[in-house]
Write a protein of this length. Structure first.
Length: 216
């Protein structure tokens, strides 16, 4: 089966957690799965990720937009397209909608320019299904701070997480706009009051339905 599933949503909404759980569940049913993430997912992408997330870097808005798109172009060519051509299920933790929400709605207040740039970067490789894990920004960021305090070395938020609450609010509202624009591929789960296991069940229901997976 060929499918391209992306997990999207504000910081701390549970994308990385749910991406891993979904990959595991699909692998248990013997589906070939590629689990990957952005920014990063390739050797070059990991270097771009460092530049993008390092709190010491002062990036101009357009630099951030273009580096995210450059990372994505590399990721599509090196990882996503080959896997889809091999009829695998690709699960990607953040993709084009992250740029539309964060750089488009969050920084520029308008997604059009970011969309045009990203259309060039992805060359038509749009997701089959986008699971939008929604969360109130305060709750999402608190989950991160809780996690960080248990880390030994790096207990700070990254360059983008450090932006103020109004930025994160615009990102969240941006995602809601995207859900309206791309209704056919989007599915929304509000995770604010839900446990990880409950969210995982909802993600699974959506994936089974959209991909028409026979569970027995
Ligand atoms: N539904 C939930 N309820 C409570 N805690 C959660 C929930 N989902 C995830 N968490 C916890 O919140 C933290 C952030 O989760 P995770 O890293 O999966 O989020 P993320 O969306 O990938 O964040 P980021 O956007 O920064 O990559 C983790 O410590 C995770 O265990
Ligand atoms: Mg994550």
């Amino acid at each position: 089966m060929r499918a391209f599933i992306t997990l999207e949503g504000p910081d701390g909404s549970g994308k990385s957690t749910q991406a891993a759980l979904l990959a595991e569940r699909l692998r248990q049913l013997d589906f070939p799965v590629v689990l990957t993430r952005e920014p990063g997912g390739t050797a070059v992408g990991d270097q771009l990720r460092e530049i993008l997330l390092d709190p010491d870097n002062q990036l101009a808005v357009m630099t951030e937009v273009l580096l995210m798109a450059a990372d994505r172009a590399q990721h599509v060519e090196e990882v996503i397209k080959p896997a889809l051509e091999n009829n695998m299920i690709v699960i990607c933790d953040r993709y084009v909608d992250s740029s539309l929400a964060y750089q488009g709605f969050g920084l520029l207040g308008d997604p059009r320019q970011v969309k045009a740039i990203n259309e060039v970067a992805i060359g038509g490789v749009w997701p089959t299904l986008t699971v939008l894990l929604d969360v109130q920004p305060e709750v999402g960021l608190r989950r991160h701070v809780l996690r960080s305090s248990s880390r030994t070395e790096d207990n700070g938020l990254d360059r983008i997480e450090q932006r103020d609450l109004s930025f994160h609010q615009r990102v969240r509202e941006g995602y809601h706009e995207l859900q309206k624009i791309y209704q056919e591929r989007f599915a929304l789960i509000d995770t604010t009051l839900l446990e990880i296991e409950t969210v995982a069940e909802k993600v699974w229901e959506i994936v089974v339905q959209r991909l028409e997976i026979k569970t027995r």
